[in-house]
Ligand binder design. Structure first.
Ligand code: SF4
Length: 415
């Protein structure tokens, strides 16, 4: 399977929906529970204002976006499936009026299998959504309960059946390993149950324990225990082996797809293509600028409900004193230096199985990775953690390097 970098000027758009029914014990994403119908409606109105802002004439940055072709849209969260289909329709309609979308635009929505039904999937499809990403995580009730998920394995099967009936031919299932109480056997069984639903794409992430979450506290006191690191590595390789045996290509450390079904939106992140983030705490990468929206709901709504303030916000630069109100209330903007940009590209490019495309890197920065991190690259090649493909067009991690990715990157960034 060949992946080509998107060298066109097409943009990706991410829309963040921060509402959930209940907070999963491990989750440190920007999401919260207890929203009312009215809260969600006001937020969607805010998203529409932000889309309208980017469609207007403001400054050089907005000018660089106005009317641009958009080839991927990702509505993520949170739990976007808590929104009504008519709200998704309004959002996509606003994007279509302010950017150039076409029938080939990949439009993904994340859905919680416990919050979606047949009618809703059909309405999403009619609104133009053509890719569905379901947070399945596990097919074992006790594992789902430990994670604090609101759905069952039966809900996942039903959601896939409903989506197929609605005409979705591009479905991703998110799976998780390293769950307390999970064994190699139950993980293997979860993978097999996922295969039986014939998804086009599978993501498989290990459970990360984050400070400040209920899991962080439970792990600190020993109340919960994850499988040992060796078992977790075995789970990772078990997944790769089973995926490849079932016709998937593992094209990124934690993502696998059938031929031609890689997530085009996520590939933008991994190949340093431009994307615009809309919504609470959403990140953007535009013209080598990193932008971050406010993470407080009241600040976000203030920003989008007062369009003049948004313009002012664009002058706010990360790194201003914390007492500077703009850095708290408005969108933060940090121009990437060329060195930052190159390091980001190395970091994301090495996540891909094919590795970092050297010619693409050179086209972008007029240097090859070896001109910047030569000593480290030579050391890691000698250690068998990095390698070139047959014609030296890509630099990539070996299997051994993948297990030690942090050490590889530290060595490269030190060189
Ligand atoms: S559904 Fe997703 S975003 Fe919501 S709490 Fe659970 S893990 Fe976090």
């Amino acid at each position: 399977m060949t992946i080509t970098s998107n060298a066109s000027n097409a943009l990706g758009i991410y829309i963040h929906i921060p509402f959930c029914i209940q907070k999963c014990g491990y989750c440190d994403f920007l999401s919260f529970t207890g929203s009312s119908r009215g809260d969600r409606k006001r937020y969607v109105d805010g998203l529409l204002e932000e889309i309208l802002y980017w469609g207007g004439e403001h400054d050089e940055l907005a000018d660089s976006l106005r009317g641009r072709p958009v080839d991927t849209i990702f509505i993520g969260g949170g739990t976007p499936s808590l929104l009504e289909a008519s709200e998704i329709d309004r959002l996509l309609g606003a994007l279509a009026r302010n950017f150039k979308l076409n029938t080939a635009t990949e439009i993904t929505i994340e859905a919680n299998p416990g919050t979606i039904n047949r009618e809703q999937t059909a309405s999403y499809r009619s609104a133009g959504v053509n890719r569905l990403s379901l947070g399945a995580q596990s097919f074992y009730a006790n594992e789902l309960m430990i994670l604090g998920r609101v759905h069952s394995a039966a809900d996942v099967r039903q959601a896939v059946a409903d989506s197929r009936a609605a005409g979705f031919d591009n479905i991703n299932l998110d799976l998780m390993f390293g769950i307390p109480g999970q064994s190699l056997k139950t993980w293997g069984d979860t993978l097999e149950q996922a295969f039986s639903l014939q998804p086009e794409h599978l993501s498989f992430y290990s459970l990360e324990i984050e400070d400040g979450t209920p899991f962080g506290a439970a792990f600190a006191t020993g109340q919960l225990q994850a499988p040992c690191p060796e078992t977790e590595r075995q789970m990772y390789y078990e997944a790769r082996w089973r995926l490849e045996s079932n016709g998937f290509e593992v094209y990124e450390i934690s993502n696998a797809a059938r031929s031609g079904r890689q997530c085009r939106h996520n590939l933008k992140y991994w190949t340093m293509q431009e994307y615009l983030g809309i919504g609470l705490g959403a990140h953007s990468y535009i013209g080598r600028n990193r932008l971050v929206n406010p993470t407080e709901m009241s600040a976000y709504l203030a920003m989008v409900e007062q369009p003049d303030a948004v313009g002012e916000a664009m002058t706010a630069v990360r790194g201003s004193p914390a007492t500077d109100k703009k850095t708290q209330d408005y969108r933060m903007r940090q121009p990437n230096t060329e060195a930052d940009d190159q390091s980001d590209y190395l970091f994301t490019g090495l996540r891909l199985t094919r590795g970092l495309e050297r010619a693409h890197f050179h086209n972008r920065y007029s240097v090859y990775p070896e001109d910047i991190w030569g000593a480290g690259i030579r050391r890691q090649l000698a250690l068998g953690r990095l390698e070139y493909d047959a014609d030296r067009s890509c630099l990539r991690l070996t299997m051994k390097g993948r297990d030690l990715m942090n050490q590889v990157l530290l060595d490269l960034f030190d060189s």
